[in-house]
Design a protein around this ligand. Structure first.
Ligand code: G3P
Length: 211
């Protein structure tokens, strides 16, 4: 499973860059707002740091307005992926962008029928939100597995990005249920390396080497 980082924070991206395991970046309006910076400015900086898919979300508006913004964003770099909300207008926009060979990531996906619509429209990626599905009282892991089954049944090329990852258990489930990618917040990425038995083992070896 490929690992993306879910952030618009440049320091976090710089901090993980040298690990060599982060193959892409996803942002959303909340993450951009948290930084207090302009979308285009942040995206240009991210593009200079990570050579992989970088998702930038269009603002809600008419299909024509969103298409205009999507075209402008896609001109920043070939790695730009246009993040589009899972709405009727969003699906129409994905169809238009697919014809223009502009990559898309359909976000706020919470069901198999939604995922099916996005795949049929020609989405490059879809982002089911594991954490928010769990919050809703259903299973985010089951959703990933069901969407993967649907994609395999019909041979869609759309890749699944497990999103709204809140903890390492979500990472584990995303990988076991077959997600193509997990987009992971910095805090969870840092937790992934840790295990109490690794710490204990390091301590034992360090003590042994002193003898
Ligand atoms: O990848 C989507 C993510 O940023 C949303 O996460 O924790 O707000 O559900 P969360």
């Amino acid at each position: 499973m490929k690992i993306f980082i879910d952030t618009a924070n440049i320091e976090e991206i710089k901090a993980v860059k040298d690990l060599g395991i982060v193959k892409g970046v996803t942002t959303n309006p909340s993450l951009i707002a948290k930084e207090g910076r302009k979308l285009e400015e942040v995206i240009k900086e991210i593009v200079s740091l990570i050579d992989g898919p970088i998702s930038a979300e269009v603002n809600e508006g008419s299909i024509d307005e969103m298409e205009k913004q999507a075209i402008a964003l896609s001109k920043i770099d070939p790695n730009i992926v246009i993040k589009v909300p899972m709405t009727l207008d969003g699906i129409a926009l994905v169809s238009r962008l697919a014809k223009r060979k502009i990559k898309t990531n359909v976000t706020l996906v919470f069901s198999v029928p939604q995922a099916l619509m996005a795949c049929e429209a020609g989405a490059t990626y879809i982002s089911p939100f594991m954490g928010r599905v769990d919050d809703f009282g259903e299973s985010g892991a089951d959703l990933i597995e069901d969407i993967m089954t649907m994609i395999v049944n019909y041979g869609y090329e759309t890749e699944v990005i497990a999103a709204s990852i809140r903890n390492t258990a979500h990472v584990k489930e995303a990988s076991l249920r077959g997600a193509d990618i997990a987009t992971i917040p910095y805090k969870v990425l840092m937790q992934m390396v840790k295990h109490p038995l690794t710490d204990k083992g390091l301590e034992i070896f360090a003590n042994a080497s002193k003898k």
